[in-house]
Design a protein around this ligand. Structure first.
Ligand SMILES: Cc1cc2nc3c(=O)[nH]c(=O)nc-3n(C[C@H](O)[C@H](O)[C@H](O)COP(=O)(O)OP(=O)(O)OC[C@H]3O[C@@H](n4cnc5c(N)ncnc54)[C@H](O)[C@@H]3O)c2cc1C
Length: 376
């Protein structure tokens, strides 16, 4: 069978892949996206209703300029699609004043002169009575932050990519990516595709296709949990921000109610490493759920400490939690992986970066720390 020829193929239409497809299609590139599951699905690192958006990055000041660009792109995508993907509800970080992550958030705010509010315990209790607040806590509100509807973002990006001429194939597993003299061969059960360049956005499945990254990229399971409040009207997006809370050594994050009856509120647990993705656990134990309920009720007392739903997802990590965004195979393959629990907020800007790397070999927010060599 002769292979179909395309200029660019994007493998994986999740967070990174859908955005790369959108950006490439907008530039008029002849591009095909291939996704192993459906248009949206629960196997992606993006699944689970929502993600937290922040520009005041606690992860390091290197990220804030990219996040400001990402915010513009989220708004552009929402406007083009006709629905808000990023809800501008703010992102509150509530923690003891000397907490290192809170201090890092404040450094990002200072360095980039970001709009923000700082709330002492009395102001916190008045403004956000939903939270339990201790003396010595500080609330830092990143007013450009918010909550993102994550499946909608992926859906909208592929929708816009198709509107700009991209082709898409779903329910098609790419089993191999083979760079050669005549281009890169993308192998699928429905026939091969030959492309000049390939973007790999395969998330937690990346090392199946690029085993040369296996020593750098580890797959872990990450969970989400929702709790029902006694007073749902206290948790609507107009009254309740996206939040991170550090209390007594436990970190948690949450999102205002989007389903109208429950609030996503997730205390950080161990993230078990998974060798074979198909063997992953897809649920939480009774003990984990009880522990999570206890932590969350201490932090947000109106939440009833019985989880109303939960889900488990895969995510890829590097040792230092910096992403891998780089070109390999002499520029024939461009990859974004190991977003390390933090990638959704960056999805459109990393998509733009992938498109830049494909079309020009360079990108504004490229960093040596993101390269494969930078991780070795
Ligand atoms: C539970 C959880 C909570 C999170 N919370 C936040 C948050 O609040 N804020 C934030 O910014 N980030 C958050 N993150 C991180 C963020 O969601 C991820 O970093 C991001 O979604 C990763 O995107 P990705 O494109 O690498 O993977 P994915 O979005 O999973 O996309 C990969 C896609 O590739 C497809 N694919 C894989 N292999 C193949 C193949 N062989 N053939 C065809 N298709 C293939 C997959 O099916 C999938 O659709 C969270 C992650 C998790 C798991």
């Amino acid at each position: 069978m002769t292979a179909l020829k395309k200029d660019v193929v994007v493998v994986g239409l999740g967070s990174m892949g859908s955005m790369a497809l959108w950006q490439l299609a907008k530039r008029g590139v002849d591009v095909l996206g291939i996704e192993q599951f459906g248009r949206v699905h629960t196997n992606g690192a993006y699944a689970g209703e929502s993600r937290l958006f922040r520009v005041a990055a606690k992860e390091g000041q290197v990220f804030t300029p990219a996040l400001l660009r990402s915010r513009e792109l989220w708004q552009e995508l929402g406007a083009a699609y006709g629905q808000d993907i990023l809800l501008p509800v703010g992102a509150l970080h509530l923690a003891p004043e000397d907490h290192p992550d809170l201090q890092s958030t404040l450094r990002s705010i200072k360095q980039f002169d970001l709009p923000h509010e700082i709330l002492d315990p009395a102001q916190m209790r008045k403004r956000y009575p939903q939270f339990y607040v201790e003396a010595g806590d500080v609330g830092v509100l990143d007013t450009l932050g918010g909550a993102m509807r994550s499946e909608l973002g992926v859906f909208a990006a592929t929708d816009q990519a198709v509107a700009h001429g991209a082709e898409v194939r779903y329910e098609t597993v790419v089993s191999a990516i083979e760079p050669g003299n005549d281009g890169v061969r993308i192998v699928t059960a429905d026939g091969d595709v030959l492309a000049q360049r390939v973007v790999v956005g395969a998330g937690p499945f990346t090392t199946r296709l690029l085993p040369e990254l296996a020593d750098l990229v580890k797959v872990v399971t990450y969970n989400l949990i929702w709790f029902m409040p006694r007073h749902i009207d206290m948790f609507t997006p107009d009254r309740f921000p996206g939040f991170m809370r550090d209390l007594h050594g436990v970190h948690a994050f949450g999102i205002p109610t989007l389903d109208g009856y429950s609030v996503k509120a997730v205390p950080n647990m161990d993230h078990p490493m998974v060798d074979d993705w198909d063997d992953k656990s897809t649920t939480l134990t009774r003990d984990q759920l009880v522990w999570a309920g206890e932590q969350i009720q201490k932090m947000v007392p109106d939440l009833i400490p019985a989880a109303s739903r939960w889900s488990v997802h895969g995510e890829s990590f590097t040792a230092n939690k910096m992403p891998i965004i780089d070109t390999i195979a002499d520029g024939a393959i461009v990859v974004a992986t190991a977003l390390s629990g933090n990638g959704y907020k960056f999805a459109p800007v990393w998509g733009e970066m992938l498109a830049d790397l494909v079309t020009t070999g360079q990108a504004k927010f490229a960093e040596q720390a993101f390269t494969v060599d930078g991780h070795r």
